[in-house]
Design a protein around this ligand. Structure first.
Ligand code: FES
Length: 188
C-alpha cells in the first residue's frame, strides 16, 4: 500500500446564498472592504474582487456591486436561510449534549481520537503515537456546542460556527477565542 507522505487540507467559507461577499463590510462604514466566501472559486473571485474594489474606491459604477454586496442579508427581508441556519445550530447544540458517548479511553488505539465517557462525563480524548493521552472538555468555548473529532486533520471541530481546536485544546481557528479546557482524569 502507498504511504501518504504529505497531506493538504483547507477550510472553505461559504455565505448563506453561496455567492461571495465582495464590497464594503457595512453600508455605514466605507473604510473596510471585504472579500470572502469564495467556495473554492478563489482564482476567479479574487479577480472579480480586485476589479470591484478598484471601482468602489474610485467611485465608479460596477454592474456586480449589488450582486456581491456583503450587507444584502441585512437589507433583504426574506432571511429564511439565516433563521434556518440558526435552527441548525440550536439542533447541534441540543443533540450534541444528549448523545451519550459509547467509547471509553481504553477503547482508543494510538493516533485515534473520539468523544468518550470518563467517570460518566463527556470528554474529547486523543492518544498520540506513543499512547500519550490528551483529554479536553468537549464544550466549544464559543457558544457551547459539542465539538467533533476530525480524524483527517486531528482537530476538534465545532459544527455550529466552524471553530477548530488542536488536540491539547488550543484554538486553531475561530470564532472561538479561548482554548478547550484541558481535563485530567482525576479532575472528573
Ligand atoms: S459554538 Fe460557535 S463555533 Fe462552537
Amino acid at each position: 500500500m502507498k504511504e501518504f507522505v504529505y497531506r493538504w487540507s483547507a477550510q472553505d467559507y461559504s455565505t448563506l446564498d453561496k455567492v461571495p461577499f465582495i464590497g464594503y463590510l457595512t453600508d455605514s462604514n466605507r473604510n473596510i472592504l471585504v472579500a470572502t466566501g469564495f467556495r473554492k472559486w478563489g482564482m476567479t473571485h479574487s479577480h472579480v474582487a480586485a476589479l470591484l474594489f478598484r471601482d468602489l474606491i474610485l467611485d465608479k459604477e460596477n454592474p456586480y456591486e449589488t450582486l456581491y454586496v456583503p450587507s444584502r442579508f441585512v437589507t433583504d427581508p426574506s432571511v429564511k436561510r439565516v433563521i434556518q441556519t440558526n435552527v441548525d445550530v440550536a439542533k447541534h447544540l441540543v443533540k450534541g449534549k444528549l448523545k451519550k458517548p459509547t467509547k471509553k479511553v481504553d477503547d482508543l488505539k494510538n493516533e485515534e481520537g473520539a468523544i468518550v465517557q470518563v467517570d460518566g462525563k463527556r470528554c474529547g480524548a486523543y492518544k498520540d503515537k506513543n499512547g500519550k493521552l490528551f483529554l479536553v472538555d468537549s464544550t466549544c468555548t464559543h457558544m457551547g456546542c459539542e465539538v467533533k473529532w476530525n480524524s483527517g486533520e486531528k482537530t476538534w471541530d465545532c459544527p455550529c460556527h466552524g471553530s477548530r481546536f488542536a488536540i491539547n485544546g488550543d484554538v486553531v481557528e475561530g470564532p472561538a477565542e479561548r482554548p478547550l479546557k484541558q481535563v485530567q482524569e482525576g479532575d472528573l
